[in-house]
Design a protein around this ligand. Structure first.
Ligand code: AMP
Length: 612
């Protein structure tokens, strides 16, 4: 693997790269930068968002422009205002040691006069959205007749959004002999046409495989009745207390509706769609970036250009009309070297689309079950236990300690712990104890067996390692298979949380699994496995208590192991907003036990916890 020095970058850029903390070039940077530095030809680069594309074209452009000249030499077209601002910021960061560098962002929804003023002061690089750029050209507020480098970023997105005419028009105002660099996640016919029409013998580089999703993302689908979509969404959120997600809906109306319902139910959610004003969209994005919003419900168009690196889950509340759009959706997670999960909630009538998507992304989906109530209670309880364990003591409490101690004088430690956790647990338990199974069986041959039919003879286990130990479902499955010397299909329904996980095996393997992990140490720490009380969203199994001897010592060891858990902001914030519920709505309560909404006073509904 090359270093940034090997790629031929100058010291001004290398110093900025070191400030940014980039250690090694990403694949697209490794492939594109030497070509762009050494040649003046055209380039087509197929790369997903989040792969470091901006630097792949940004570093060479900065190195090649004449910084002493105030003429506009580089033009970058990007599909959305959001992306336009991000690219501008990134370029400013990359070029921080270039004295006299001016990078100007041109986009709709902001003062055109102000943007024209900035251009007039002399800007070497313009980053623009096509609509506003065309407007500025027709009003003669910009001059791009001398540009040497044109970048079409996220070309497939721009064409999807109907910018073909605008792009053609803009490029007609640029010199013939410029270099054109086209970046696109996918290569539909329209992008190939643009490449043919505006480029001469472009060099083509591909990062990963064409149209293929990132390797960092695992794909899961959940089969439910259409009417249970919303309940399924809430369960997925509740089963992932650290979730930081984008939820995709097909229409603006559904987007608004789902976001409103989530907010009403106490989740930290927000809507992002085209019917909102620019100002409203900016506010939502700001809250999302600051992680005040954990669940951003968005339409495909509005979500284009969302460039937030640590999104843990993408949830397809509905599948997109064009299945190719799935690649863009799932590409919002698994960015900048992190892993992510793309979940799809499907009804029976849509399940065949999963196969078509698999063909496009060249990856398989895992058919998973919507977690049942007890699994969610367990996850929430353990997440709270971790949070309490890692909370720093606030010594302001000290002066009240005496009164509190007096109050609990006759309460044992065990009793106190139980009472303390019951405050939170009981709310989830009351809400979920009678909740119904939301999963439905796949019935025809085109549908998948997934794992749901195996449940009758499975055992579900709890294991005290999770994402913070570097596992995702694939690596944990590999680890378990390797340790237990099991085959490919023997470990299934692996569900990795922040500091613990669940998995299933056939019931006949239970003894072997428990025996193997008794007093088991890996990399110097105890790895503890217990039979879990929850059923992993499956059906048909007895809901027994956790079994396995020596439970008490294991428990204490597990809490020791957790001492090293990190205590991320997200977790603590999520736990604050974790008390959201599906209160029983009066008309629906007759239909099903689990049809709750928040805030009700009835005993079966969970009271809402105050949100921040
Ligand atoms: P992009 O695909 O350009 O949107 O980049 C995605 C994210 O990765 C951005 O936050 C970049 O700052 C970051 N990034 C780009 N190149 C590297 C690198 N070589 N090492 C680490 N992070 C990077």
């Amino acid at each position: 693997m090359n270093t940034f020095q090997d790629l031929g970058l100058n010291d001004l850029l290398l110093n900025a790269i070191s400030d940014l903390g980039f250690k090694t070039p990403s694949e697209v940077q490794d492939k594109a930068i030497p070509i762009l530095l050494e040649n003046d030809g055209d380039l087509v680069a197929l790369a997903q968002t989040g792969t470091g594309k901006t630097a792949a074209f940004g570093f060479p452009m900065l190195q090649k422009i004449n910084i002493d000249s105030r003429t506009t030499q580089g033009l970058i077209l990007s599909p959305t205002r959001e992306l336009c601002l991000q690219i501008t910021n990134e370029l400013k960061n990359y070029g921080k040691y270039y004295k006299g560098l001016n990078v100007t962002a041109i986009y709709g929804g902001a003062s055109i006069t102000e943007q024209a003023k900035q251009v007039k002061q002399g800007t070497q690089i313009i980053v623009a959205t096509p609509g506003r750029m065309k407007d500025m050209i027709s009003r003669r507020l910009v001059d791009i007749s001398k540009i040497e480098y044109a970048v079409l970023d996220e070309a497939d997105e721009m064409l999807n959004m109907g910018f073909y005419e605008d792009i053609t028009d803009i490029l007609s105002h640029t010199p013939e002999d410029k270099s054109t660099w086209l970046f696109s996640a996918t290569m539909p016919k329209e992008v190939a046409t643009i490449a043919k029409k505006f480029m001469t013998n472009p060099t083509e580089i591909t990062v990963g495989t064409k149209n293929v999703g990132s390797d960092q993302v695992s794909h899961e689908y959940y089969l439910v009745n259409s009417r249970d979509r919303y309940l399924a969404l809430k369960r997925l959120a509740d089963a992932n207390p650290d979730i930081f997600s984008v939820i995709f809906c097909r229409t603006k109306r559904d987007t608004q509706k789902v976001a409103e319902k989530l907010i009403e139910d106490g989740y930290s959610a927000g809507a992002l769609h085209g019917d909102l004003s620019q100002n409203q969209r900016d506010l939502v994005m700001k809250s999302f970036r600051n992680k005040q919003i954990q669940m951003l419900v968005a339409t495909d168009v509005a979500a284009r250009g969302i460039d937030v690196d640590d999104i843990t889950h993408v949830i397809n509340y509905q599948l997109p009309d064009e299945i190719e759009t799935y690649t863009h959706r799932s590409g919002r997670t698994g960015r900048a070297g992190k892993t992510g999960v793309s979940m799809v909630i499907v009804s029976k009538s849509e399940v065949r689309k999963i196969k078509s998507i698999e063909r496009i992304i060249k990856k398989n989906f895992e058919n998973k079950n919507i977690p049942d109530g007890m699994e969610i209670c367990e996850v929430q309880l353990m997440s709270l236990a971790n949070k309490v364990h890692n909370t720093e003591v606030n010594h302001e409490i000290d002066s009240y300690l005496e009164s509190i101690n007096t109050l609990f004088e006759d309460t044992s430690k065990d009793e106190l712990i139980k009472k303390f956790f019951s405050v939170e647990f009981t709310r989830f338990f009351n809400y979920y104890q009678k909740s119904k199974d939301l999963n439905i069986e796949a019935t025809n041959s085109s549908e998948r067996d997934g794992g749901s039919l195996k449940d009758v003879d499975d055992t579900r286990y709890f294991i005290n390692v999770g994402r913070k130990d570097g596992y995702d479902w694939m690596t944990l499955k590999d680890f378990l298979k390797e340790q237990l010397d099991l085959g490919r299909d023997d470990v299934f329904k692996v569900d990795v949380k922040e500091s613990f996980s669940f998995f299933n095996t056939e019931k006949s393997l239970t003894e072997k699994v428990i025996a193997y992990f008794t007093d088991f140490k890996h990399n110097g720490r105890f790895v503890n496995v217990e039979v879990s009380e929850n059923r992993g969203g499956g059906r048909g199994r007895d809901r027994g208590r956790r079994s396995g001897g020596r439970r008490d010592d294991r428990r204490s060891r597990r809490s020791d192991d957790r001492r090293n858990d990190d205590n991320s902001n997200r977790r603590s914030r999520r736990s604050d907003s974790g008390n959201r519920g599906e209160k029983r709505s009066s008309d629906k309560s007759k239909r099903s036990n689990s049809d709750f909404k928040s805030g009700g006073k009835s005993g079966s509904s969970r009271p809402r916890r105050s949100r921040r």
